[in-house]
Design a protein around this ligand. Sequence first.
Ligand SMILES: Nc1ncnc2c1ncn2[C@@H]1O[C@H](COP(=O)(O)OP(=O)(O)O)[C@@H](O)[C@H]1O
Ligand SMILES: CC(=O)N[C@@H](CCC(=O)OP(=O)(O)O)C(=O)O
Length: 299
Amino acid sequence: MELKRENVLIEALPYMQEFYDSIMVIKVGGNAMVSAQIMEDIIKDIVLLRYVGIKPVIVHGGGPEITEKMERMGKKAEFFQGLRITDDETMEIARMVLVGNINTKIVSLIGVFGGKGVGFTGYDGRMILGHKQAAKRVLVDGVETEVDIGWVGESEVINPEILHIMLEKGYIPVISPVAVDAKGNALNINADTVAGDIAAALKAKKLILMTDVSGLLRDMKDPNSRISRVNLDEIDPLIEEGVIRGGMIPKLKGAAVAVKSGVERAHIINGSVSHSMLLELFTDGGVGTMIYGPDHPLE
Ligand SMILES: Nc1ncnc2c1ncn2[C@@H]1O[C@H](COP(=O)(O)OP(=O)(O)O)[C@@H](O)[C@H]1O
Ligand SMILES: CC(=O)N[C@@H](CCC(=O)OP(=O)(O)O)C(=O)O
């Protein structure tokens, strides 16, 4: 039975009370931003959150657009366990797409819908200091070989001060997943990883990862095989079994970092379904995959 409109609104009240004044880190994946309409819907939802007293922080991706620009320039995009192999030229392209294009687009849309967005890279306010990831060891024809994945970074220090300042003043921070190392080299960090680290540093209430699938699927070919809840202890075995792979690896690892640091819940949801975030946050029936840990067990 469909709920009456007023019942839908009143069902939201306890959630609004619970989430009032709390920080939520929302990662918008490049795959979730498949169309201008979807992107507008996602940003509208985020502005709504701000107006009901939640403090959203956006971390955005843009993988598909980086790949498209690389291909247009005659370069082949290659990944290692969900991470883009990033040479000097790829780093330039990633910066252009993420900072120059996607970040400014999101900030301007927030303004269109009546919010106050402000764009950041990891360099701003020394927010994310990182280092290049060590070469990976892989077996090639049975021989252990090192693969350098280039300017792919991992964060060492997260300084969230500037984010707190902005949140207190009512701004919605929008973060591009690029950082610097101690020598000032630009680093490309997977946006899920950045979102997990930022959520941990802010001690956010929730981390929401928006992508293009309904959550973690046990069988990628079967959309009905969604795993609705994942305990921290289940993540590594699911990676070993090959259930979590490709782009899902940094998502679940980012979620694990956040939940281990006190974030109550992480959620992987389908951003390409309009207003899925509102359903997740403000209705009794959750959507997507929820990741939780021992500090905040299920009731
Ligand atoms: N078990 C799984 N369940 C769902 N998706 C999976 C799974 N394993 C790998 N994937 C892949 O992960 C993708 C989402 O990650 P990614 O492409 O990095 O998206 P985004 O740009 O939103 O971060 C899905 O589109 C799917 O192809
Ligand atoms: C190291 C690494 O993989 N960086 C990512 C950064 C963007 C990103 O994560 O975008 P999505 O969230 O849309 O996948 C990349 O170059 O694609």
